[in-house]
Design a protein around this ligand. Structure first.
Ligand code: FMN
Length: 199
């Protein structure tokens, strides 16, 4: 490995970082319980999340932290809204996934409409932020699961998050201590999705 690859890390740290990234996987949301990250750990995790490529330095995203009594109120309201939907049974199940985790982070894509940086690129940056958040959470020994579900799209549900007209939920990420590691799942193989360009 070249020594200039990541200057902030020494040769001992790099393999551990690579292993973390090579083996990371989500925890099932209902296996996430308290305690969640401490305020200091959370601050590091958020720093990692915000350290994301962002064409034009627009910061076209924001994060909403949902925890404690507010999370209880948010969930109660989600369950109420779920009952008004045509797919109430499904919506109820999907809402239950958010119950046990002590922290939920809504990653909001907040692109600037009409900017010379295409909205697609601004939205991609929010996706990268969600991924960085997962890696940050894992780096501090906690688990996470990137969800969306009905509540990321339902106007009554998103109204609780005070989304502006240009904003969308990129992810509702459940965070907590992992009680049961998720089994490994099949991954796309390199030979199926990677190719060398030949001209
Ligand atoms: C944008 C996005 C939205 C997702 N929404 C849901 C969801 O609503 N419900 C669900 O069960 N999984 C959802 N997933 C998938 C979970 O995050 C899933 O556990 C994840 O793909 C596991 O991948 P990993 O093993 O690489 O961590 C979503 C994934 C992405 C990227």
């Amino acid at each position: 490995m070249t020594s200039h690859a990541v200057s902030a890390y020494d040769a001992e740290t790099l393999p551990a970082l690579a292993t973390l990234l090579e083996t990371r996987r989500s925890a099932m949301p209902d296996t996430l319980v308290g305690p969640g990250p401490s305020p200091e750990e959370l601050s590091h995790i958020l720093t990692i999340a915000l350290r994301v490529p962002d064409h034009g330095r627009l910061a076209p995203w924001r994060l909403i932290l949902i925890a404690g009594e507010t999370k209880q109120r948010w969930l109660e309201r989600l369950f109420e809204i779920a009952e008004t939907r045509d797919d109430a049974a499904k919506a109820r199940v999907s809402t239950r996934k958010l119950q046990s985790a002590p922290l939920v982070v809504a990653v909001v894509s907040s692109p600037i409409p009409g900017h010379k940086i295409p909205e697609w690129e601004q939205q991609l940056s929010a996706g990268a932020m969600a991924m960085n958040l997962l890696n940050g959470v894992n780096a501090f020994g906690y688990g996470a699961n990137w969800l969306t579900g009905w509540h990321a799209y339902d106007p009554q549900a998103t109204a609780m998050l005070n989304l502006k007209d240009n904003e969308r939920i990129a992810g509702v990420i459940a965070v907590g201590s992992v009680t049961k590691p998720a089994p490994e799942r099949e991954r796309a193989t390199q030979d199926r999705v990677v190719s060398w360009l030949e001209l």
